[in-house]
Ligand binder design. Structure first.
Ligand SMILES: [Zn+2]
Length: 298
């Protein structure tokens, strides 16, 4: 008797640094459609890991927008702010086993080595009585290959190109790389579909999965939408919030950027647009880049 393939589990993982905008809607929609067209579950995770960067009310506003656009997730929302004990336990375990070490290098020192960490504090045995970051030891000649669902495969010599990387910051906040790996494992995600701005952090995540003995999900990175100036559409570039009353128009616009079939006029609710789109979803039709004129954002 052959074993059945693992059922598809996808997720969308916004940071509550501002309301949902067209760029994040495109990402949510692509991951939703990929999950639904594979009869999969679609989970939601709020990446509220970095309180100073967050905007009050943004998490609720993102959840409201997703609902207004018919993007209903399965199960409860996983909040990173409630996962600190789980992250801390893994950091402790990695420190105890010697896979991780404390580091007090300044930004200036790191900049001098071109951003690549050369192991300066590996054997200094710094105490936890002073503020230190915690870094994961990267073995020499660690070559990580990412096979992506859409992008060209990526190869990274982690020791030479990144070096020992941070899993907990000096201000004691947990690093994104650690949280995302532990949360994808906690939520048993089999598929990660997200923006290509995270592509070059994927080798670090795969390395962490290897060190921790966790399953590796399948990765797909869709191009990040850019504005007329070529900047990523984001809160930092003042992407406008979506007006929930125009959900159908936004969904049709997002489908257009994803180069998917255009819903007919009689699909005039978010649910009917999403069911039309999930029946016709073609991941490989998604274009390599996505730009848009400012006028289409209004
Ligand atoms: Zn150091």
């Amino acid at each position: 008797m052959g074993s059945a393939p693992a059922p598809y589990v996808g997720r969308f993982a916004p940071s509550p640094t501002g309301p949902l905008h067209l760029g994040s809607l495109i990402c949510a929609l692509a991951s939703f459609l990929d999950a639904r067209s594979n009869d999969g579950r679609w989970l939601l995770r709020m990446e509220d890991l970095d309180p100073p960067r967050e905007q009050p009310g943004a998490a609720d506003s993102i959840l409201d927008s997703l609902r207004a656009h018919g993007l209903y997730w399965d199960g409860p929302v996983l909040w990173q702010s409630q996962r600190h004990a789980a992250y801390a336990a893994v950091v402790d375990q990695l420190l105890e086993s010697g896979r991780a070490f404390r580091c007090d290098c300044s930004r200036q020192m790191l900049a001098q080595s071109g951003g690549v960490y050369r192991g300066h504090c590996r054997n200094r045995n710094l105490s936890c009585n002073q503020p230190t970051a915690v870094r994961l030891r990267v073995d020499e000649d660690t070559l990580i290959q990412v096979d992506d669902g859409l992008q060209q495969a990526l190869q990274q010599n982690l020791a030479q190109e990144v070096g020992d990387f941070t899993i907990q910051r000096k201000d004691s906040l947990f690093a994104y790389q650690l949280a995302v790996v532990l949360d994808d494992a906690e939520q048993r995600c089999t598929h990660v579909l997200r923006g290509s701005d995270l592509y070059d952090s994927t080798p670090r995540q795969i390395y962490l999965q290897q060190v921790l003995g966790l399953e590796q999900p399948a990765y797909t990175h869709i191009p990040v939408i850019t504005n007329a100036a070529g900047q990523k559409l984001s809160k930092q570039t003042h992407a406008p919030a979506l007006d929930n009353a125009e959900a159908c128009r936004h969904l049709c616009l997002a489908l257009k950027f994803l180069n998917q079939a255009t819903p007919p006029a009689h699909c005039n609710t978010p649910d009917s647009i999403l069911s039309f789109a999930s029946e016709r979803w073609q991941l490989l039709a998604v274009p390599a880049t996505m730009g848009l004129p400012e006028s289409s954002l209004a």
